[in-house]
Design a protein around this ligand. Structure first.
Ligand code: ATP
Length: 436
């Protein structure tokens, strides 16, 4: 399995992901996606949206503001208790999540710093929401929060969306967007950062049917992860024990992936009962119940939530794709993405600068249908190596023969086998290769 340092360095070198604000020394817990990384991220988001919204008739989309009315976070419980207990080292001033202090140190009356052995403070609460102020004044009346999760606005807009979309229960509302948490110890690259993206879907159903829908969504979400082409043996479902559940939750199962640092949560699927809508009704005084015309029943819908991180999914795909091969005494590094998830699908190389113009025409044609990169710098060997590390499944070389036989060489990333393909057959060829 790839170690994190190797993966982080490849991600930087090839333009997947780099530290935010690097010229100023970076800022802890924030990352930027580069030209190749954003293509991967968009594939993840498009794949989720396609599966969760576009091909379904019972889920609609939404895009809400990052800053919501502050009462939202009172109702959700985040103002009162979105805390990670944390401890500070009195000697070296490092701050740790109390959870992260080894048990042996916790056994010590004061606790001992894992960094320097110094004395730790008692655990203190620390709210993870980022605060800001709306408008010109900076007082408690203007206080607002960057959302720590995307789902709360789905709950507050539930009634409006239900009416405008004319959906009957059961149905879901899906959203992709940024979320912010002032994590005490951001770590493991993009796994735990302070700004990240979530893809959340809240499925509203009759409370008597929530268990059925919960089971349905656990299977459906596990299937989606498998559809990304990652190794099935690295995925597992982890049902929460009763003691782990929030007081209102009836059930929760995480989808976990085996990262280089161990099995880790990618997604949580939860039967949240009627808690969320009830909280917002109590806090806002507005009616968010639903009336079923057929049964003449009015009820507060239960919610089954699916909540997955875009960044964590990208990290799983990146870690899963990395492999090394020995070829003629040299190490070949390959990002073996499933072709449909590869950030760049095709790269077009003119063998010599003199052939650039004609090769560029081919690239222009291919890019109408596929994510194509044109690369005419350096030796062909170097260009292949670069695209192996980007994970480009096919490289097209336009050579000195191409002008005569109107054909190009297509090299397969995984087998390194080369096919000679007529230029006018290329789109058809790739359609076949990328067919799902
Ligand atoms: P953790 O226990 O790892 O902090 P969580 O249980 O608090 O995660 P949720 O609140 O359930 O996470 O959020 C849903 C999803 O959002 C997570 O499964 C994860 O994919 C993503 N996520 C949450 N926090 C972060 C973060 N700090 N950085 C990146 N992704 C995150």
């Amino acid at each position: 399995m790839v170690d994190m340092d190797t993966l982080v360095s490849l991600c930087k070198r090839r333009g997947f992901i780099f530290q935010s604000s690097e010229i100023y020394g970076g800022i802890n817990g924030f990352w930027d996606f580069g030209p190749v990384g954003i293509e991967l991220k968009n594939r993840v988001k498009n794949s989720w949206w396609q599966r969760m919204v576009r091909v379904r008739d019972d889920v609609v989309g939404l895009d809400t503001s990052i800053i919501a009315h502050p009462q939202t976070w009172v109702a959700s419980g985040h103002v009162a208790s979105f805390n990670d207990p944390m401890v500070d080292c009195k000697a070296c001033k490092h701050r740790f999540r109390a959870d992260d202090i080894p048990k042996s140190a916790k056994g010590h009356p004061e606790g001992t710093c894992p960094e320097c052995g110094g004395e730790l403070t008692a655990a203190r609460e620390f709210n993870l929401m980022f605060q800001t102020h709306v408008g010109a004044t900076t007082d408690s009346a203007s206080l607002a929060y960057l959302r720590p999760e995307t789902c709360q606005s789905i709950f507050t807009q539930f009634k409006t969306v239900q009416i405008v979309s004319r959906k009957k229960i059961p149905f879901g509302i899906a959203q992709i967007g940024k979320a912010f948490r002032n994590e005490i110890t951001p770590r493991n690259f993009i796994f735990r950062s302070r700004e990240f993206e979530q893809m959340e879907m809240e499925f509203f159903c009759h409370p008597d049917e929530s268990t059925k829908w919960f089971e349905y969504w656990v299977n459906e979400r596990a299937d989606w992860f498998r559809s990304l082409g990652i190794k099935p043996e690295k995925l597992r479902l982890r049902p929460h024990r009763h003691s782990e559940l929030a007081h209102y939750a009836k059930a929760c199962t995480d989808v976990e992936y085996e990262m280089p640092f161990g099995f880790s949560e990618m997604e949580g699927i939860a039967d949240r009962s009627t808690y969320d809508l009830t909280q917002h009704m109590n806090t806002s005084g507005k009616d968010l119940t639903y009336y079923n015309d057929a049964t003449k029943e009015r009820f507060t819908p239960a919610v089954v939530e699916t909540s997955v991180g875009v960044d964590r999914t990208c990290l799983a795909i990146l870690a899963d794709a990395y492999r090394e091969e020995e070829v003629k005494g040299e190490t070949r590094v390959i990002m073996g993405f499933a072709p449909h998830m590869a950030p760049i699908q095709v790269a077009v190389f003119p063998l010599s600068g003199k052939l650039s113009e004609t090769a560029m025409n081919i690239h222009n044609d291919i890019k109408k249908n596929f994510a194509s990169d044109f690369d005419d710098a350096g030796s062909i060997g170097k260009r292949y190596r670069r695209h192996d590390e980007i994970g480009t499944p096919y490289c097209v070389t336009y050579d000195f023969e191409s002008g005569n036989d109107h054909a190009v060489t297509v090299r397969n990333r995984d087998t390194m086998a080369q096919d000679r393909i007529g230029v006018d057959k290329l789109v058809e060829y790739f359609n076949e290769k990328f067919k799902r």
